[in-house]
Design a protein around this ligand. Structure first.
Ligand code: 13P
Length: 256
C-alpha cells in the first residue's frame, strides 16, 4: 500500500443522464461514497446539471468539473461557455480535448488555446491525449509526442502544477473491460509522457504532473491499470454513471 499516493478518480458523464432528477440521484450516491477518501474524486456532468450538484456541502475529497470550455472570456460566441462562467459556477476542473470533441472538429491548436485560457482563470485542465490506433512500428508514439508538443506549446513551467494529463487511446474508449489497456502497456506511455514533460520543464516539475488513464475502466481492471500501469488515476465514462461500480473503483484506489 502506498499511503502517500493520492489517485484522481474522475467521472466523465458525457451527455448523460437524460434528466436532472437522475443526475441528482447518481451524484447523491457518489457523494456518499466520497466521504473521507484519500483519492481526489471529480464528477464532470453536462453543463446544464452543474448547478444541481451543489446541494449541501461537498466532501473535501469531491470536486466538480466540466467537460469542455471556450477560450474567450465573453462575447458573441453562440452556444459556448467561458472559463469565467465556469469559475462562477464553482467548477475547479475542466476536461479538454476529449477524443469525442476532436471527432466534432476540435484540434490540438484549439485545445492549446483552451488550456491557456483555463489556466489564466485559475481552473485546472484535464488534458486528453491519445492515438486512434496502434501500429506495429511505434508510429503512435510519435503521434502522441506531437500531440503533446502542440497542446503544451504555450503552457509555462509555473502553470504546470495545475494540469492533469489524461491518456485516452481512442481504440480503448467505449469497449469491453477486456479491451482496456494492460498495465504493462500503459506504463510505457506514462514514461513517454513523463519524458516529454521533463525535457520541456525539467525533471522535478515534469515528474509531478498527474498522468491518468481513460478507456473502458471497470472495477475489474482498475487495480491493474493503477498499479502495474503506474497511473495517477482514472478517467471513467460509463461506469461513472453507475454509483455502485464507481464507488467500488474509489474504494480500490483508496486501498491500493
Ligand atoms: P468509457 O469508460 O465509457 O470507455 O469512456 C471513457 C472516456 O471516454 C472517459 O472520458
Amino acid at each position: 500500500m502506498n499511503k502517500d499516493k493520492k489517485y484522481y478518480i474522475i467521472g466523465n458523464w458525457k451527455m448523460n443522464p437524460e434528466n436532472k432528477k437522475d443526475a441528482k440521484k447518481i451524484f447523491g450516491e457518489i457523494k456518499k461514497a466520497s466521504q473521507r477518501r484519500r483519492s481526489k474524486i471529480i464528477i464532470c456532468p453536462p453543463f446544464v446539471y452543474l448547478n444541481a450538484m451543489y446541494t449541501g456541502r461537498l466532501p473535501k475529497s469531491l470536486s466538480i468539473g466540466a467537460q469542455n470550455c471556450f477560450w474567450k472570456e465573453r462575447g458573441s460566441f453562440t452556444g459556448e461557455i467561458s472559463p469565467t462562467q465556469l469559475v462562477d459556477m464553482k467548477v475547479e476542473y475542466v476536461i479538454l480535448g476529449h477524443s469525442e470533441r476532436r471527432t466534432l472538429g476540435e484540434d490540438d491548436g484549439l485545445v492549446s488555446k483552451k488550456i491557456k485560457a483555463l489556466l489564466s482563470n485559475g481552473l485546472r485542465p484535464i488534458v486528453c491525449v491519445g492515438e486512434s490506433e496502434r501500429d506495429g512500428d511505434g508510429r503512435y508514439l510519435n503521434f502522441l509526442e506531437s500531440q503533446l508538443d502542440t497542446v503544451f506549446s504555450d503552457v509555462v513551467s509555473a502553470e504546470l502544477d495545475r494540469v492533469v494529463i489524461a491518456y485516452e487511446p481512442v481504440w480503448a474508449i467505449g469497449k469491453n473491460e477486456d479491451d482496456a489497456i494492460t498495465g504493462h502497456s500503459l506504463y510505457e506511455i506514462v514514461i513517454l509522457i513523463k519524458r516529454f514533460l521533463s525535457r520541456k520543464y525539467g525533471k522535478e516539475r515534469g515528474f509531478s504532473v498527474p498522468i491518468i488513464y481513460g478507456g473502458s475502466v471497470s472495477p475489474s481492471n482498475a487495480e491493474g491499470i493503477l498499479g502495474e500501469g503506474n497511473a495517477d488515476g482514472l478517467l471513467i465514462g460509463r461506469e461513472s454513471l453507475d454509483p455502485k461500480s464507481f464507488s467500488k473503483i474509489i474504494e480500490l484506489a483508496d486501498n491500493l
